[in-house]
Ligand binder design. Structure first.
Ligand code: KDG
Length: 339
């Protein structure tokens, strides 16, 4: 090797090892985690992802960095789920309802009027039944960490107030891409149209659909009040979100790294539920202030709607499995003071 090249090589080697910062810096590249979600950064979902990200960076001493990517920039829930399964994306949070195509047991959470309140929801979701459903994910290439709260869903539309379920007749209603939601709203007489959340605002704005159903926080943060006149309080189902990880990627992590993510998930879950519940009441007042015409179904009409929707329960029980269905009903009865 000619002299000049040997000299240059030696000089370069000295420069690298002589500057420890450069040598050390090159050794510790933070592990980058792309965390996708569907709502915008200012939403309750976006705020909780930031809490998760801050905790992961702090607990890992900067060795793990979460890049929060909202507003469905990485695609709708179903696309992100496939990206996690393929290992092209590390994490996401999204609706359990859009996971039913991958894990049929997730349909349990779509059962109309399953939970009477968030206390029941937390007890079941964070207990053995929620874990049993979550444990069905790894065989499909996903790891579930925690459930967050999307919340109780309510109806908005641009045609009329809904005072009783018969008023759904003729309303073209966007629903999540999920057969239980499709069947439920067809049972009530609506013309149910499955559609990704990312397409919803434009569909409402162009009157492609007349209405949709979501929790107050989402109706506010997604500005649906700009394109929807009526808000009818139905609380027809409690909707969870679930934080999931690509199993392909998860399996490469050390036990310490996995623990950092699990701990951050629990901390973000507790923050998200508190934030979502505190903000829900304010969101309803804000929506009224934005000019939405708000009505509540009477207890009698809510009971009629609930009875009408029991027609879908048999389908759900069959799909999720009678054992899981019966275990859930028994756990709820116990929570409510039954046997
Ligand atoms: O990405 C959006 C989902 O996380 C969730 O908001 C789904 O409630 C949902 C809806 O109506 O699509």
């Amino acid at each position: 090797m000619p002299n000049i090249r040997r000299t240059l090589l030696a000089a370069t080697a000295c420069a690298v090892f002589a500057s420890p910062m450069l040598a050390v810096a090159q050794d510790i590249k933070p592990r980058l985690i792309r965390f996708g979600y569907g709502l915008n950064e200012q939403s309750n979902q976006g705020r909780a992802v930031k809490v998760f990200a801050d905790h992961v960076e702090k607990a890992s001493g900067g060795k793990m960095k979460v890049r929060a990517i909202g507003a469905a920039a990485l695609g709708p829930d179903t696309q992100m789920q496939q990206a996690l399964i393929g290992g092209a994306q590390e994490m996401m949070v999204g609706s359990t309802a859009t996971l039913v195509g991958i894990t049929k047991e997730m349909a349990l959470w779509d059962t109309p009027f399953l939970f009477n309140n968030s206390k029941e929801a937390d007890a079941i979701l964070d207990g053995p039944i929620g874990k049993k459903v979550m444990d069905k994910l790894p065989e499909k290439g996903l790891v579930g960490l925690v459930y967050w709260e999307n919340g109780f869903r309510n109806l908005t539309n641009s045609k009329r107030p809904v005072q009783k379920f018969e008023d759904f007749e003729g309303i073209k209603l966007r629903v999540m891409q999920n057969n239980v939601f499709l069947e439920s709203f067809r049972t009530l007489g609506a013309n149910a149209v499955p559609m990704p959340f990312s397409e919803l605002f434009t569909a409402l704005e162009t009157k492609t659909v007349d209405g949709q159903e979501n929790p107050y926080n989402t109706i506010l943060s997604s500005k649906f009040y700009e394109v929807q006149k009526y808000l009818s309080v139905t609380n027809h189902v409690y909707s969870p979100w679930i934080v999931t990880v690509s199993k392909k990627w998860w399996d490469q992590l050390s036990k310490d790294e996995q623990k950092i993510l699990r701990d951050a998930a629990v901390i973000s879950r507790d923050f998200e539920r508190k934030d979502t519940r505190e903000e829900a009441g304010k969101a309803l007042a804000d929506l009224k202030g934005k000019g939405m015409q708000i009505n509540e179904l009477s207890p009698a009409e809510t009971a009629r709607m609930r009875d009408k929707l029991t027609a879908v329960n048999a389908t759900i029980a069959t799909n999720v499995g009678m054992d899981l269905w019966n275990e859930t009903q028994a756990a709820l009865a116990k929570l409510r003071g039954g046997k």
